[in-house]
Design a protein around this ligand. Structure first.
Ligand SMILES: Cc1ncc(COP(=O)(O)O)c(C=O)c1O
Length: 490
């Protein structure tokens, strides 16, 4: 039996129950649409205004709230206000406050209000931008966004790209494109090179692309946590001598762990020498290329065959938008395009992009609007300034922490991430790790700030990642204060 029961005599929506609407509950009339928008508008503004004041995280009662809302069937229609109370007051507060300014854990982003509005418009228009002919003007806007990104990374006119749901899918398509260009159908001996700091989405991408897990080589890193080029090259040669087929090298444009940037120019030289596809995962760091310092630190990015960017990180969008760029748009097409009898006419002119021909998805939302709209309304300069500010804030935090005797900075900022820990001379590290774990608990005691740990060389360290556009000096000062107090209390 279906778990969704058919309504019999029950009114099928709350609006219908109150006698409002067109008589077709799925199609509210003007008054009803305005009522919904007005009610939601209040809640949205309140939610954004409260971000600075609410805790950086709050999970008290979160599990029981989740258990209470568990439903096996949709139930009866209920009033909008009730539903908004549930979402905004009961469920959302019991979470990481990751859009808030003191969330310096994982990789923040924030979530631009303008992009949320763009989502509403995109959903309302609901046009089919995946095929150029179905909505040429709107598809062109999305293409413009990709072209801006191409320009930012220094790619030529002949480059191409698409917006994905996130960095993981962008990395997946990069591996598939590299596989198609360098291996064709013969994938069994295909071998991939990453550093031991590479994000696990790349390893997952290789697995999904049919590359054997034992053929993904995690190369060691230097003291700056950047891939060791000598070890890389030796491994490629050794693998080739053993009959494997090295085909893909993945560099980091800012690792998740510490923001380390691999020596991209050297990687490009290795890739050329050995005939490998060079992909750079710049999901975290790529948008720093908008700043002069970021450009300098990401030197060589333009030499990559493909690049992952993640606008829901470095461009501060709400979750749901990544990007893959390829220097040769044709490579994306060769890896992804397929036609079918029922499809509308696809384009032959490179300037008219059918996103379905260069990416894994067919139907998809009009993602481009979440970037195009804010950039139209604000220009690109506020993004550049915000990213520059993040670089300054990370340097400032590192300088402040280095004044605390008990701490050592184990990874100074290469972009806007740093890692630190309590000094210690515990030979096996277990006691020191436990003290650092306790330190993190104390930092979190007041829930003012959220940081997350990771491991460097197998040892527990605490990261600070500053990437939310809402995070300013006062918030980083709060973070440093929380660390100072925690060190004093330990
Ligand atoms: C360097 C890097 N690559 C890839 C990803 C995966 O991106 P997403 O979470 O958007 O799928 C992340 C996520 O944090 C990342 O930091």
């Amino acid at each position: 039996m279906s778990r969704i029961e058919r309504p019999k005599t029950e009114p099928s929506s709350h609006a219908a129950a109150e006698g409002r609407g067109t008589g077709w509950p799925l199609e509210p009339d003007r008054r009803e649409m305005e009522r919904i928008l007005d009610t939601v508008r209040e809640r949205v503004v309140q939610a954004i205004e409260s971000l600075d004041a609410i805790p950086a995280f709050d999970f008290d009662g979160a599990e029981s709230a989740a258990a209470e809302v568990r439903q096996d069937h949709p139930g009866k229609a209920r009033p909008l206000e009730d539903v908004l109370d549930l979402l905004f007051d009961r469920l959302a507060p019991k979470s990481f406050n990751n859009p808030g300014p003191r969330f310096m854990a994982y990789i923040p982003g924030g979530g631009l209000f303008h992009s949320a509005v763009a989502d509403l418009i995109a959903g309302t228009l609901n046009r089919y931008v995946t095929v150029w002919a179905a909505a040429p003007g709107l598809a062109q806007l999305e293409s413009n966004v990709v072209r801006w990104f191409q320009g930012m990374v220094g790619y030529p006119e002949s480059a191409g790209g698409f917006l994905s749901s996130g960095g993981s899918i962008a990395n997946f398509s990069a591996v598939v494109t590299a596989r198609s260009e360098r291996l064709g159908e013969e994938i069994a001996r295909g071998t991939v090179y990453v550093s031991d700091q590479t994000h696990h989405s790349v390893i997952k991408a290789a697995r999904l692309a049919g590359i054997r897990e034992e053929h993904v080589r995690a190369i060691g890193v230097d003291s700056g946590l950047r891939i060791r080029v000598d070890e890389l090259e030796a491994r490629i040669e050794e693998d080739r001598a053993h009959g494997l087929v090295p085909f893909l090298l993945v560099g980091n444009g800012g690792t998740t762990n510490t923001g380390a940037v691999d020596p991209l120019q050297e990687l490009a030289a290795v890739a050329t020498r050995h005939g490998l596809w060079l992909h750079v995962d710049a999901a975290y760091g790529g948008f720093f290329a908008l700043t002069a310092r970021g450009c300098e630190r990401l030197r060589g990015l333009e030499l990559a065959d493909s690049i992952t960017l993640d606008p829901h990180k470095g461009l501060f969008l709400p979750y749901g938008t990544g990007c893959l760029l390829a220097k040769d748009a044709g490579a994306l097409r060769r890896a992804h395009s397929l036609d079918a009898d029922y499809m509308p006419e696809l384009q032959t002119d490179d300037d008219r992009v059918d996103f379905c021909s260069i990416s894994p998805e067919l139907s998809r939302s009009f993602r481009g609007l979440r970037i195009w709209l804010p950039v139209q309304l604000l220009g690109i300069e506020p993004f550049r300034q915000a990213l520059d500010e993040k670089l300054d804030l990370a340097d400032w935090a590192a300088a402040e922490l280095s004044r605390i005797e008990a701490l050592e900075i184990v990874a100074p900022p290469q972009l806007s991430t740093l890692a630190f820990r309590l000094r210690g001379d515990d030979p096996d590290g277990a006691r020191q790790d436990a003290r650092n774990r306790r330190l993190l608990e104390l930092i979190h005691r007041e829930r003012k700030v959220l940081l997350t740990p990771t491991r460097i060389g197998g040892r527990f360290v605490i990261r600070i990642c500053i990437l939310n556009f809402r995070t300013h000096r006062e918030h980083v000062e709060d973070c440093v204060q929380a660390i100072r107090r925690a060190v004093a209390d330990l």
